[in-house]
Design a protein around this ligand. Structure first.
Ligand code: ARG
Length: 457
C-alpha cells in the first residue's frame, strides 16, 4: 500500500518493519482528540482564507462522519497507515475524495500529535481532580463519624500516642488535597496549544494560531515553534503528580491491609471489595488495596521511562517521542481506577471501634501523658521522661499497664504524682487534651474538618 508520505520512496518497508514503527495500536485512543484538532485547524484555514469555503465545508462534513463512526466504534485502523493521524487522513480522503488532502495544509504531524496529547491530558487531569475530590468527600464523611473514636497512633509501627481515628483518616485528606492542587496547577502548562508550529519552524501560510486556540478552548499558544513540537514536560509533570498521588494511595493501602489482618482487626473491608482464596475457604483478602499498592510501581516506571526517553533527544521532534504515549495512557487508566476503587473501599469499610478502644487501653501509649504531667508540675521534661520510663519498666515486669499501677508504686519514683494521675492517663483524656493547633484533640479535629470542607467545591 502506498504511504501518504510515499513520494520520494522507491520501495516500501516490509510489513514487520511497519509493525515496529506503527503507533496505531495505542494512539487510536486519541481518535476523538485528533478529529477535534482537525476540525479546529480546517475551520481556521477557512477563516483565514487559506482554503475556500467549499473545501472547508467538504472537509468538515467528512470529519463529522468520521466522528460519528469513531463514537460508534466503527472505524477500522490499519498498521499500514502507521498512526492515528495518517489513518484518519486516509479515511477522510477515501470518504470525500482528494479535497481531503487539503486538511494537512500548514500543519505537520509533529504539531498535530502534540496538540492531541494536550487536548487529551487536559480532559483527563480534570477527571482525575474530580475523582480525588469524590474520594476526599468520602474520607471526610468517615472522619466525621469517628471524631471521638480513639485509636492507637504509631511511629516506627510501634504504639506511640492515642489519637482520634478521624485524625488518622484526615491525614490522607490533606495529602489528597495537595495532589489535587498539583494537578490543578499543572493545567496551566497543559493549556498551551502547539498547533500551528508546523514541523518545527512555523509555516509560510498566513495561519491564525490564536483562532485555533480559541476554537479548541486553549488559553495560550506556544511562543516558540521548536519548543511547541518537542515539549513533553507537561506529560512528565502529569506522571510525576500521578506518582506522588500513587505513593499516597499506596501508603494508605498498606494501612488498610494491616488493619484488615487478624492481628490488627481495626477495620473490615466490605465483601464487594475483597476476594477469596481458591484453596483456603476462610480467606478474605484485601486484593484491591494490594493491587493499588502494586500498581504504584508501574506509574513510577512510566515516569522514569519518559524522563529517560527525553534525556538525549536533540531538538525538535524525534520518533523517540512516540514512546510518550503508552505510559501516559496507562497512568491515566491506573490513577482513575485506583481512586475510584479506593473511594468505594473506604466508603463501605466497617471500623471496629471496640477493637480500637481495647487496643488503646492495653498499651503504653499514654506514657507521654505521665511525663507531661510531671513536667507541668515543674520537673524538667528530661527527668520526667526518665521517671516515666522507669515506671513503664516496672509495669512491664509486673505484666500490667500504667493505669493498673498502684499510686504507692508511682510515688516511689516521684512524690509529685497524685491520685489525679489516673484521670490524666485515660486515653480519651489524652486525646481530648491535645488542643494544640492541628493536634488530635477532638476540638482540633473538628476545626480541621471544617477547614477541609471549605477545600471542597
Ligand atoms: N506517531 C507519531 C508519534 O506518536 C506522530 C508524529 C510523527 N511525526 C513524524 N515526523 N514522524 O510521535
Amino acid at each position: 500500500m502506498t504511504k501518504l508520505w510515499g513520494g520520494r520512496f522507491q520501495k516500501s518497508a516490509e510489513a514487520w518493519v511497519d509493525e515496529f514503527g506503527a503507533s496505531i495500536g495505542f494512539d487510536q485512543q486519541l481518535v476523538l482528540e485528533d478529529l477535534e484538532g482537525s476540525v479546529a485547524h480546517v475551520t481556521m484555514l477557512g477563516a483565514t482564507g487559506i482554503l475556500p469555503a467549499e473545501d472547508v465545508e467538504a472537509i468538515l462534513g467528512g470529519l463529522a462522519q468520521l466522528q460519528e463512526k469513531a463514537v460508534a466504534g466503527e472505524l477500522e485502523f490499519t498498521v499500514a497507515n502507521e498512526d492515528i493521524h495518517l489513518n484518519l487522513e486516509k479515511m477522510l480522503i477515501d470518504c470525500i475524495g482528494p479535497v481531503g488532502g487539503k486538511l494537512h495544509t500548514g500543519r505537520s504531524r509533529n504539531d498535530q500529535v502534540a496538540t492531541d496529547m494536550h487536548i487529551f491530558l487536559k480532559k483527563r487531569v480534570k477527571e482525575a481532580i474530580d475523582c480525588i475530590e469524590t474520594f476526599q468527600k468520602t474520607l471526610l464523611e468517615k472522619a466525621e463519624e469517628h471524631v471521638e473514636t480513639i485509636a492507637p497512633g504509631y511511629t516506627h509501627l510501634q504504639r506511640a500516642q492515642p489519637i482520634s481515628f478521624a485524625h488518622h483518616l484526615m491525614a490522607y485528606f490533606w495529602m489528597l488535597e495537595r495532589d489535587k492542587q498539583r494537578f490543578t496547577e499543572s493545567i496551566k502548562r497543559i493549556d498551551i496549544l502547539p498547533l500551528g508550529a508546523g514541523a518545527m519552524a512555523g509555516t509560510t501560510f498566513p495561519i491564525d494560531r490564536l483562532k485555533s486556540a480559541e476554537l479548541l478552548g486553549f488559553s495560550e499558544v506556544y511562543a516558540n515553534s521548536m519548543d511547541a513540537v518537542s515539549d513533553r514536560d507537561f506529560i512528565v509533570e502529569f506522571l510525576s503528580n500521578s506518582s506522588l498521588l500513587m505513593a499516597h494511595l499506596s501508603r494508605f493501602a498498606e494501612e488498610i491491609i494491616l488493619w484488615s489482618t487478624d492481628e490488627f482487626k481495626f477495620i473490615e473491608l466490605d465483601d464487594a471489595f475483597s476476594t477469596g482464596s481458591s484453596i483456603m475457604p476462610q480467606k478474605k483478602n484485601p486484593d484491591m488495596a494490594e493491587l493499588i499498592r502494586g500498581k504504584t510501581g508501574r506509574v513510577y516506571g512510566n515516569l522514569m521511562g519518559l524522563l529517560t526517553v527525553l534525556k538525549g533527544t536533540p531538538l525538535t521532534y524525534n520518533k523517540d517521542m512516540q514512546e510518550d504515549k503508552e505510559g501516559m495512557f496507562d497512568t491515566v487508566h491506573t490513577i482513575l481506577g485506583s481512586l475510584k476503587i479506593f473511594e468505594g473501599m473506604v466508603r463501605t469499610m466497617t471500623v471496629n471501634t471496640e477493637r480500637l478502644h481495647k487496643a488503646v487501653h492495653s498499651d503504653f501509649s499514654n506514657a507521654t501523658e505521665l511525663a507531661d504531667y510531671l513536667a507541668t508540675k515543674g520537673m524538667p521534661f528530661r527527668e520526667a521522661h526518665e521517671v516515666t520510663g522507669k515506671l513503664v519498666f516496672t509495669c512491664i515486669q509486673k505484666g500490667i499497664y500504667l493505669l493498673d499501677l498502684p499510686i504507692e508504686d508511682m510515688k516511689k519514683e516521684s512524690e509529685l504524682i497524685e491520685a489525679d494521675i489516673y484521670d490524666v492517663l485515660a486515653p480519651e483524656a489524652a486525646v481530648r487534651r491535645r488542643h494544640s493547633l492541628g493536634g488530635t484533640g477532638f476540638d482540633q479535629v473538628n476545626i480541621q474538618i471544617a477547614k477541609a470542607k471549605a477545600c471542597l467545591s
